[in-house]
Design a protein around this ligand. Structure first.
Ligand code: NAD
Length: 496
């Protein structure tokens, strides 16, 4: 008998009203059924939103430092259960244990960081232009927030959104990805145990097109915070545009690592391996293009191929495994389709390019680490997000050309350059069009106390994490207190 999981609405675990469910299976072994989850309808979404709306009236009045204390307790519980959650996450979405532990750690870091912000939700005071008048600006909560998240960071991404939203005094309904509902259930058990009052946090499971879309278009939702693909982001944005709803979007990437001829090649090698094949290439910040200066291209390519060929593929629960499966059958088909596209465009396949079905791994969605050489910037494999373990090598003749190539995609999330030349490093920091730039580090490795997000088609200008996330989840209000006892007209009474 499969385990049956529920939605969390108004402080209680409840089934979908229709009784319908969907399956969640282990991508390393499709015969391993993790459980059945509610396939929520618009009716379930409405119930969650009504609970959140009711709870908002009280939660917005809880002092921010108190809200922060609850989040601190959430952080402590996450820390206590880190290993168990990480193991469940690996079973659910395939990435190796080292990485799922990191994913939970990101949630813990966010909890402690955001908890402290409860005492630092600063506004501004400023002199008024008129006598006997006081002026200040404060942050106010927005209301009910809809949070829609992808499967590749099942703990980190929901917590990036949830904790700041709650700290600011909002209430929330989360719709987690269909492939990772179990980690969301764990998080909500912890939120309840930590003392988050009923209705303040709610989770509804289900498919994006049904459950997610119902959430987005509901009139009681005041803000949508979405992380996922650019295609879905565009759809959601058009609905929110019509309804004049606040929306923050964190979308795809086509990130690149540049390696100049003066770089430490061993360091660049480690960065490229981790950036391209970590999380099986399924990170929004994954390195999918490697831009190499011609003088070091052959040497670094040979080093890379030798190492990538030896990457141990398998079930991420085995500590010796270095790369897990892709998330599902559709993802593997998509990756394989792009490999065919790369070949037909004339790129040279150096390694991989095929499904990995050896030994006991026949029942998982494994794919070999894949490297293409002789890729040109106009090829589709150099422009479109593949979201798998596929790396495209592009040769350049100069620093200027490297910058032109790195900027030559519609996305702008993460970027990296390996060089020992301080002048080039600073030019790269200035000229690369991306939300994140690493010098002598891979394209992955964001920390929770810095802004996270991208330029161009990667988003709509917001930044999660850091101190910037509070601009997503709060409204600014300007307040004037006139204690002169008379009508004073700004811009009129004080002008000679
Ligand atoms: P996705 O867009 O398919 O799904 C994301 C979420 O949206 C899921 O919960 C899904 O159920 C929901 N959804 C789908 N259709 C919907 C609709 N019509 N209305 C409302 N909700 C809907 O993305 P994915 O495959 O889960 O994740 C991979 C993508 O996420 C990649 O493009 C990756 O780059 C991106 N991503 C971006 C960041 C970032 O911070 N920029 C982080 C992680 C992942």
């Amino acid at each position: 008998m499969a385990d049956v999981f529920k939605n969390y609405i108004d402080g209680a675990w409840v089934e979908a009203k229709s009784g319908k469910t969907f399956e969640n299976r282990n991508p390393a072994n499709r015969h391993d059924l993790i459980g059945l989850f509610p396939a929520s309808s618009p009716e379930d979404v409405n119930a969650a939103l009504q609970a959140a709306k009711k709870a908002f009236a009280r939660w917005r009045l809880v002092p921010a430092p108190k809200r922060g204390e609850i989040l601190y307790r959430v952080g402590e519980l996450l820390r206590r259960q880190k290993e168990e959650i990480a193991r469940g996450m690996t079973r659910e979405m395939g990435k190796i244990l080292k990485e799922t532990r990191g994913d939970v750690q990101e949630g813990i870091d966010t909890a402690f960081y955001v908890a402290g912000e409860g005492r630092r939700l600063f506004g501004e005071t400023t002199p008024s232009e008129l006598p006997d008048k006081f002026a200040m600006s404060v942050r106010s909560p927005i209301g009910v927030c809809a949070l829609i998240t992808p499967w590749n960071f099942p703990m980190a991404i929901p917590t990036w959104k949830l904790f700041p939203a709650l700290l600011c005094g909002n209430t929330v309904v989360l719709k987690p990805a269909e492939d990772t509902p179990c980690t969301a259930v764990k998080l909500f058990e912890i939120l309840a145990e930590a003392g988050v009052p009923p209705g303040v946090v709610n989770v509804v499971h289900g498919r994006g097109e049904e459950t997610g879309a119902a959430l987005v278009r509901h009139a009681d939702v005041k803000l949508v915070s979405f992380t996922g693909s650019a295609a879905v982001g565009r759809e959601i944005a058009s609905v929110c545009g019509q309804q004049l709803k606040r929306i923050s979007l964190e979308l795809g990437g086509k990130n690149a690592q540049i390696v100049m001829e003066d770089a430490d090649l061993n360091l660049a090698l480690e960065g490229a391996l981790w950036g391209a094949f970590g999380t099986t290439g399924q990170r929004c910040t994954a390195t999918s293009r490697l831009i190499l200066h011609r003088d070091i291209k052959k040497e670094l390519t040979d080093m890379l191929v030798a190492r990538a060929e030896k990457i141990k593929i398998g079930d991420g629960l085995d500590e010796s495994v270095e790369m897990g499966p892709l998330i599902n059958q559709a993802a593997r088909e998509k990756v394989h389709r792009y490999v065919q596209i790369g070949r037909s465009e004339g790129a040279r396949l150096l390694i991989g390019g095929s499904i990995y079905e050896e030994g006991k791994w026949i029942d998982g969605y494994f794919y070999r680490p894949t490297i293409f050489d002789q890729v040109t910037p106009s090829m589709r494999i150099a422009r479109e997000e593949i979201f798998g373990p596929v790396l495209s090598i592009i040769e350049v003749q100069s620093f200027e050309e490297a910058i032109e190539v790195i900027n030559g995609t519609t996305y702008g999330l993460s970027s990296s350059i390996y060089t020992r030349d301080v002048e080039r490093a600073f030019r790269a920091m200035r000229d690369i069009e991306a939300g994140i730039t690493y010098i002598n580090g891979p394209t992955i490795g964001a920390e929770v106390h810095l802004p996270f997000g991208g330029v161009k088609d990667t988003g709509n200008g917001h930044r999660e994490a850091g101190t910037t996330v509070y601009d997503i989840f709060s409204e600014w209000k300007s307040i004037y207190v006139d204690y002169s006892g008379k009508l004073q007209k700004a811009q009129i009474d004080n002008v000679e």
